[in-house]
Write a protein that binds this ligand. Sequence first.
Ligand code: SF4
Length: 971
Amino acid sequence: MTRLDDVAAAGAAERQRLMPGTQLTNYPPIERWGDWVENDPQEWAHGRRTPRHYSLIPTTCFNCEACCGLVAFVDKASGDVTKFEGNPHHPASRGRNCAKGPATINQVHDPDRILYPLKRAGRRGEGRWERIDWAQALEEIGGRIGRAFAEGRHDEVMYHVGRPGDDSYMERVLHAWGIDGHNSHTNICSSGARLGYAAWMGFDRPSGDHANAKVIFLISSHLEAGHYFNPHAQRIIEGKMRGAKVICVDPRLSNTASMSDYWLPVWPGTEAFLCLAIARLLIEDGTWDREFVRRWVNWEVFLRETRPDLECTFEHVGPALSALYAEYTPQEAARVCGIDERRVREIAEHIGRAVPGRLASHNWRASAAGNEGGWQTARCLFLLNVLTGSVGTEGGTSPNGWNKFIPVPPKQVHPHGRWNELTWPQEYPLSHHELSMLLPHFLKEGRGRLDTYFTRVYNPIWTNPDGFSWLEVLTDEQLVGCHVALTPIWSETAWFADYVLPMGVASERHDVASYETHAGRWIGFRQPVMKVFAEQQGRTVDRTYDGNPGEVWEEHEFWIDLSWRIDPDGALGIRQHFESIEQPGTPLPIDEYYAHLFEHSVPGLPVAAAGEGLTPLQYMRKYGAFSLPGDQLEVHEHIVGAEEIAAAAAVRDGDGVYRVPATAGSHGSVDEIGGHMPFIGDGSLGVEIDGDVRFGFPTPSRKLELFSPMLRDWGWPEYALPTWIPSHVHWEQLDLDAGERILLPTFRLPTLIHTRSAQAKWLAEISHSHPLWIHPSDADALGIDVNGLVRISTQTGHFVIRAWRTEGIRPGVVAASHHMGRWRLDEAAGTSGWTAGVAAVSGPAGGYGTGSRSDDGRWHIATTHGVQPWSSSDPDTARVWWSDAGVHQNLTFPVQPDPVSGMHCWLQRVTVGPAKPEDRYGDIAVDTGRSMEVYREWLAKTRPGPGPDGLRRPLHLARPVKPLASAYTTT
Ligand code: SF4
C-alpha cells in the first residue's frame, strides 16, 4: 500500500496523525489558513513525517490576464513562500488553475531574476550594468520627467504596458500627470475583435455564459488559450457536460478542437463568410428571435439606409436580411471556407435550436487578430448572438462590462486634456486602441521623440512584429532619450534599457482586477504576501521592497514615490494626487489607498466584511477576492427611472434616446460603465422601448447597431453592416504551386505565456519546442522531409525552423506557436536560461553580443547555442536536459495594421521551402528598410480623420486614459 492509500484507508484520528491538519478535503478550510499544518513533502519523500506550519495568504496569478486566485503557502519557520495552490474563494477560478498558476513559485525563486535596480554602464545593448538604489532611480528618472513637464514636453513621456494586471491605477497616475502617455499592447492582441464588438454594442468584448449555453461557438482555441483561459475552460466543459454542442473554428486541431463536437478548419480569413452563411440559414428557416431583434436592434436605420424602397416596418427586416446575405449560400460557404456544405447546415440547425438566448460565442484573437478585415469576424459572429436573442441572457453572451467591475479609485483626478498623435494618429480614428506597434516607424518618420519611455511587463523586440525596427529605435538616444524597463524578468527589450527596475511577480505586488469570466461580477486582489506575512508576525513593512526578495518593488508604491520626485514642491500640481488623505503633506500609504477603495467603491463589500467583523481591506486580505451581489443578466432591460432622467436633465431625442450634455471626459473607458456609470461618452442615459425608458447599450442609439452610422460617417460606408472582407492572405490569391502558404504564427500553448513564463522552470521543462505544423500533403508537395529544416520567407526576411508533419492542420496553412525563439546576448545574463539560447545579432551599423556589422545591410540572428545547463543557486539549472530555444519568427514579420481597427494582421503570406545548404536552425534575416516600405503600403490603405464635427475619434468609443472631450477636437 502506498502512503496515500494509508491515509485514505485510515480513520479520522489516524489521518490526523499521518497528515496533520488535513481531512483530505480539496482545499484547506479558511478557518485554518492562519496556521495550516502539513508534512514537509521533501522529508516525506524520504519516509519522514515532519509537520510544517504555514500561513496561507491569498493573492492572484499574474501569468495571464485571467487573474485566477492563488494561495501562497508561507512557511512560518523560514518565512519563505514554498508553493502556490488555487484559492477556492475566488469566484472565477474556484480553486482551479492551469499549470502557469502554481509555477509562480518558480518565478519567485528563479536564480536569474532581477533583484535590484540597475543602471546602464556601457552603450545601450552592451550588457554592462551597475547596481543602484531606489532613491537614485527615483531621483534621476523623476528629475528628467519633471523637467519635461516644466518645459511643456508632455508628449515625450510614455508608459507602454504589456500586461496591466490592474484595472484603474495607471489611469489615475497618467491623469494626475496630465499626459496622454498611455500605450498598450492591444493592437498586437485584440484590436480587431474589439472594434467588431464595439460597433455592435459599444462594449468591446464579449462575455459568454458558457456553462449554461446550448451551443458554444468558438472562433479560437479557447480551451487552451482563451482570453480568460482557465475560468472559461472550466465553464465550457461544464456546458458540454450539460449537453451543449461545442463548435470550434480553427485551422489547427487544437486542444479545443479535439474536445469539440465540430472542428471546422476553414481557410483563414473566411470565418466571417461562414457566420453570414449561418445567419442566412437562420433567417430562411425562421429560427431567429424576431422579438429580440425588433426591440433591441436599430433595424429602422438598417431599412432606411439600405432599403429605401421598402416601408420602414419590422416585417420587412427578415426579407431585407435575406436579400442582403443572398450570396452567402451553404454551397458558396463550402467553397469559400473549404468545408463540407452539410456541416454548415448542421451547425445552423444547432444554433437555431439555441433560440431563444442560449448561444455563447467568442472570438478574441484568432481570425480577428490574423486577417485584414478580421474585425468583421467578431461582428459577423455576434450577428448570430443577435439573431438568436442570445445577448445578455443566461447561456448567451453579454457585453463584457456587465460581468466586470472596476471600482472608482480614491482621490479622483480630473481627466487630462491632451491628445498624443504618436499613439492616436489621425490615420486610425477607429482603432482599438493605440497604434502601439507603429511607434518605431512614427519615431523614424520624425513624428516625435521620447524623453522618457517606460516599458512595463512589455517586450516589443521579441513580442511585436518587426522587432529589429524596435531595436533600432531603442538604441537611438536621439529618438528615445531614456528607456526605463519595469519588469520582473530579463527580456530581449530590457537588455536595451537605461534603467532596469525589478517589479514583483504575483505574490509581490498589489493590484485590483476584474474580468468577464462568467455571468457575474467580482474583483480579485493581488497582494504582496511577504508584506502581509510580516504584518501577521507583528512587523511593519514600510515599502514593499523591504518585504520582497532583494529589492523587488511593486508599481503602485513606485508611482507614488516617483510622482513626489517629479513634483517635489507641488508646483506642477501633481504631488497633491499622491498625498495621504488622512495626513496631507505625506505620501499616500498603499494600505490607505486600498482601505478607501474597498470601503467606498465596491458595493456589498463593506456589508460582507462587517458580517465577519472585518474592515473591507481586512476582508480582501483574508479572501483575496469578492463576488459582487446582484444579477447581471439582461442589464439592457433595466428601467431608467423618471427621477434619474430628471436628475440628469436628460431629454428625449427623435430616436427615442434620452441624452444629457456631453460628458466624454468624465471617466476612462467604456469598461467602467458596466461597473458604476450610467452615461456613455456622448451623454446618453437610456432609450425608449415600447413605452419604457430602458438602459440599453452604450452605443449612440443605445441599441445594438446592425447598421453602424459610425462606420458610415467615419469613412467606411461599405462596412456599415456585418460583412465579409477577404483577407490579405485569402487563399484564392495564393500561388500554391510556387510554394506560397499561409503562416499562422499566433497560437498559444496552455503552458506558456509570452515573456514571463520563461522564468518558470517547470513550464520550460513541459514545453520547449515549437515545430512548424505542416500537413503531409504540403510537405510532400514542397519537398519538406520528416523533421526537416524549412526556410520560411516573408516580405521582409526569412527564418529557418524545423517541420512537424501532422494531419492536425489544414493543407495550405502552416503554423508555429509564438512562444519560442527566446535569445540572450550574454552567456551569463539576460533572458532566462530555462528557455533562451545564446545568439549573435549582426546589423547594418554593428552587432550585439558576438555579432558584428553585417555586409548585406540586413539584420541577422545566428544561434551560438541552444538551451544549456548552467550552475546557479538552484541545482535544477544543472539538470536542464532540453536544448531547443526555438526560432524568433516575429522578427521577420512586417507591421500590417488593419486600416480600420489598427489591429496587426498577424497571418503572413509566406513562401515555404526546404532550407538552403547555408541555413542553420534558428537563422533569421531581416531588411528593416523593406519593413518601412511595407509599413507605408499599409498606411496608404487608411482613411484618415478627422471625422464628423472635426473629431479625432467617436466620443463613445472606449480608449484608455480617456481625455476631456475638448481634446477630441482638431479645431
Ligand atoms: S489561466 Fe492560468 S495563467 Fe491565467 S491567471 Fe489562471 S492560473 Fe494564471
